[in-house]
Design a protein around this ligand. Sequence first.
Ligand SMILES: [Zn+2]
Ligand SMILES: [Zn+2]
Length: 299
Amino acid sequence: MRFGAHVSSSGGISNAIDRGQAIGCESLQVFTHNPRTWKPINHKPEEIAAFREKAADAGMGPLVSHGLYLMNLGAPDREVPTGPPAKGKTRNIYRSSIESLTQHLEIGEALGLEGIVLHVGSSKGSTTDEAITRIGAGIAEALDAVPGTCGIYLENTAGAGDTIGRTFEQLRAVADAAGHPDRVGFCLDTQHMFASGFPIHEDGGIDRVLADFDDVVGLDRLKCLHLNDSKTEFGSNRDRHENLGDGLIGEDGFRRILGHPALQGLPVILEVPGSGEGPDSDNMQRARRLHEEGLALRS
Ligand SMILES: [Zn+2]
Ligand SMILES: [Zn+2]
């Protein structure tokens, strides 16, 4: 396992490598976009070069980004109001999402990222099947626009509202609609699985869940694990991350998960709150300890 974390890239994206190193990361996840706006960041060529150089020097990888939360490829392909009706402002969320995903791939290629973790989207009043068709077409359009090796990793959701990607069948259907099997992979988030009612914390649970994932999707397409404990109950469908061992998945749950043989080659990215500023060295140490203990339990 390559333990890493989502770290801030403020002040220049190459700073993310320093922040990752400071807390003991071997792999890393960053935002390449400002989370609050559609407008992309104009990363300076020297920042991009510094990012690549520092990552190579530190031996840090795989490197991934997390897609802008504003993107929703499940949204209907039409203009919708984006503010008070009196202002008359509209946006086509679907087209904006494809444009943003294309920009994510471009900067991903420039930075040497292995993939972009993407929340699949929500159906916004259309049927799930219609949304899945749109999402697949949108992903294919972005991948066609940016040839290269940077992939898109579809992430399972906590299952709130009309979000797509709460079941392995839905994730598989989106991937089939997108095509490009060489560049479309998957990211599983432990908190989202727990919240969606996958019993990954129980004795033998992760083994059953991953056997099911292998049947429906294929373990060879699992490219990334998000390692988060849960503030909210099993099956709650709520997306609330907790520090490792302090939540309802708990230390026993993480020992079972981290010991699983099929997960050993993956980048494992923490998106935990830490003491308020995100993943810290304490959580990184907990992850590595629980991994060692999990491996020992299975040997
Ligand atoms: Zn996640
Ligand atoms: Zn989450």
